[in-house]
Ligand binder design. Structure first.
Ligand SMILES: [Cu+2]
Length: 172
């Protein structure tokens, strides 16, 4: 008795075709997703023992925008602030434009780290998890820098900038 493909086999072949079609669609979707990279993260050595600020740049090389919706850290509570008319204001998210960047910098957008369990010291790193609407969680390490550290103004005097702080300036 000869066997031919029955209804079951045809359904299976159809299912495979559909599945591979979906896989291909999934692949092509990837190219339009946000492509995020976090750079230049730092925390100025805080003046207060339990409160600090944080700065970094998120570069998006993808064709789709994303949104930073929250930030967490094992060091304490983290909120997102913007600066308007020299006053800080808490915001619930920061936009990351397509093919653009989100900049957190002095005098503008920044993180507030509060109720710190330990005070960040020069040369240490503060780990933060950045939670994005589309890209999920991205971890970043923020270098603890001198209290007056500002990449914007230091870019002009880069040759004079030391990579290591003077050891006599920190007490531990
Ligand atoms: Cu603030």
């Amino acid at each position: 008795m000869s066997r031919r493909h029955g209804a079951g086999a045809r359904a299976l072949i159809a299912a495979i075709a559909v599945a591979s079609g979906l896989a291909l669609a999934g692949c092509s979707d990837d190219s339009t997703k946000p492509e995020l990279k976090v750079s230049g993260g730092f925390v100025p050595k805080p003046a207060m023992p339990d409160m600090a600020s944080g700065f970094f740049t998120v570069t998006n090389s993808g064709a789709e925008a994303d949104e930073l919706t929250s930030v967490t850290s094992d060091v304490g509570e983290v909120t997102m602030h913007t600066t308007k008319n020299q006053a800080m204001k808490a915001v619930s998210s920061f936009d990351v434009p397509a093919n653009g960047e989100l900049k957190l910098e002095r005098g503008g957008n920044h993180l507030m780290l509060e109720k710190l369990k330990r005070t960040p010291k020069l040369g240490e790193k503060v780990s933060v998890e950045l939670h994005f609407a589309k890209s999920g969680t991205v971890k970043a390490e923020l270098d603890v820098k001198a209290a007056n550290h500002n990449p914007k103004t230091e870019a002009q005097t880069k040759n004079k900038t030391e990579t290591q702080p003077h050891s006599h300036t920190h007490t531990e």
